[in-house]
Design a protein around this ligand. Structure first.
Ligand SMILES: *Cc1c(COP(=O)(O)O)cnc(C)c1O
Length: 494
């Protein structure tokens, strides 16, 4: 990477008259040249950079290497992690046999694609212990909304129209209360205990207060602190007794895979993020897929279309077949490319290997946590699942913040963890290694975090001024968010 030599902007490398191309001669001769009418022509030439070929190639090649992703280095971003995104899954999703399909072509002409769709529906049901899945929602939050609409439809179908409240823990992902509000439900917040899990006594009081107005409860497990909610059986019983349904936010299902199933814990409705757990990269705004599953007895409320197997033919079930269904929640079938990646992921791991995903994700996270808790503040101890939260450096006297540590990690070639989320701790630093990293990679990360803790104590300015050797130094993140400079003003500069 040599940005000094090759410039940050191609315009800075421009020299008038320099060329990196040659056009073929006019085969029709001078007299055949047709001038464009003057009113269609620009008055001044476009301000295009003029560079030689090697300069252009190096400029863009060097810039392409300024990207950081899972293919260049360790990426311990908690909660919305880039989990396992092998390139072969991208290649499968890009196959023309799939990309040239039209969503309205007759079922008998795309049996292969419908078979993939059907198998993903079935496999998710098996992995989660639920009865049926729809793959139509296009994001986690979209799945939440769909799931909550199913819960509403269920109560409505029984003539129980008073149930307009949904209980959500204070540790929940922000999309949970937002989806409830979009669905027209009122949110009741249940508190967490100091150990990070739901406070069952607080929940009991809320249930007593609102009993027959409760539509259901949304829970995330492992919760946003990476902790297994141990009291789910009791909580599910309390909610069911008062007539509500249990919703499972399964955005980050990897620590559960092969270990336990939401359907067996007493959940009625759930969503999964295929972008996160099942191989589509998360971030950058999409595309995503948030399939929704329901337990036995709620299938009729699912949206359509769904793919069903009739004898040996895959068919579409549409809303006109079923009056209870929500109908359509998105266009056509959702994001089919994401579903293809999930299918490739499921097949490449297979029934045997998928059992290792949860245990290895859990082992890796706990190994990092235990190796660093003497220098980083661990507000909630005990065994975590796939991720955990530090509350900054243990030694608060250095003045070095979580932001500084995150920036210093960039100097050492690591992506930063998720910082200042969840909001429960001031200096939150949320680390998720995922199930795919080797012990050497994880040890390297641990060493660097220890080194940064030492620097914070001995030469804090090095950490506070970081990053020191990245192409862009520390930016003013407020200014960058409020007044982003997204274009280069060509006319002023040339
Ligand atoms: C990511 C996430 C969501 C929302 O998923 P989107 O696809 O971003 O809408 C919901 N809940 C949890 C716990 C998540 O981590």
């Amino acid at each position: 990477m040599n940005n000094k030599l090759y410039g940050n902007l191609i315009f800075e490398l421009s020299h008038a008259g320099r060329r990196g191309y040659s056009l073929p001669k006019n085969r029709f001769g001078e007299h055949q040249t047709v001038e464009l009418p003057a009113e269609l022509r620009r008055e001044t030439d476009a301000a295009l950079p003029e560079c030689d070929e090697m300069t252009v190639v190096r400029h863009y090649t060097n810039h392409s290497q300024n990207n950081f992703g899972v293919n260049n280095g360790f990426y311990p971003l908690g909660s919305c992690t880039m989990k396992y995104n092998p390139v072969i899954n991208e290649e499968i999703a890009a196959m023309t046999e799939f990309t040239t399909l039209h969503p309205m072509q007759p079922a008998e002409t795309c049996q292969g694609a419908l078979e993939v769709y059907y198998h993903v529906q079935q496999t998710l049901a098996q992995l989660t212990g639920l009865s049926e899945f729809t793959l139509n929602p296009c994001a986690g939050a979209h799945g939440e909304l769909t799931g909550l609409m199913i819960i509403r439809s269920y109560h409505d179908s029984r003539g129980d129209s008073k149930r307009t409240k949904v209980i959500i823990p204070d540790s929940a992902h922000g999309t949970n209360p937002a989806s409830a509000a979009v669905c027209g439900l009122d949110v009741i917040e249940v508190k967490s205990l100091s150990n990070g899990t739901v406070n069952v006594e607080d929940l009991k009081a809320l249930i007593e207060q609102h009993a027959n107005e409760i539509a259901g409860m949304m829970m995330t497990n492992p919760n946003t602190l990476g902790l297994f909610e141990r009291n789910i059986p009791e909580i599910a019983q309390l909610i069911h007794q008062c007539g509500g349904l249990m919703y499972y936010d399964g955005a980050n299902l990897n620590p559960m895979l092969g270990v336990c199933r939401p359907g067996d814990m007493g959940f009625d409705v759930m969503h999964i993020n295929l972008h996160k757990t099942f191989s589509t990269p998360h971030g950058g705004g999409g595309p995503g897929s948030g399939p929704v599953g329901v337990r036995k007895g709620l299938e009729a409320f699912l949206p359509t279309p769904r793919v069903v197997l009739d004898e040996d033919e895959y068919m579409l079930r549409v809303e006109t077949d079923n009056k209870s269904s929500l109908g359509s929640v998105g266009c056509f079938f959702g994001n089919f490319g994401v579903i293809l990646r999930a299918y490739a992921y499921l097949l490449s791991l297979g029934k045997e290997n998928i059992k290792w995903v949860g245990p290895l994700a859990t082992l890796n996270a706990n190994y990092i946590k235990e190796s660093l808790k003497d220098v980083y503040e661990l507000p909630i101890g005990g065994v975590c699942k796939h991720e955990f939260v530090f509350d900054g450096l243990k030694d608060k006297s250095t003045g070095v913040t979580t932001m500084d540590v995150a920036k210093r990690l960039l100097d050492y070639g690591y992506h930063a963890p998720t910082i200042y989320f969840p909001l429960l701790f001031h200096e939150a630093m949320m680390i998720e290694p995922t199930e795919n990293e080797s012990k050497e990679t994880i040890d390297g990360f641990i060493d660097v975090l220890r080194k940064i803790a030492k620097e914070a104590a001995e030469q804090p300015d090095v950490v506070k001024s970081a990053p020191n050797n990245t192409p862009i130094r520390r930016v003013d993140d407020v200014l960058a968010a409020k007044q982003p400079v997204l274009t280069w003003r060509a006319m002023q500069e040339i």
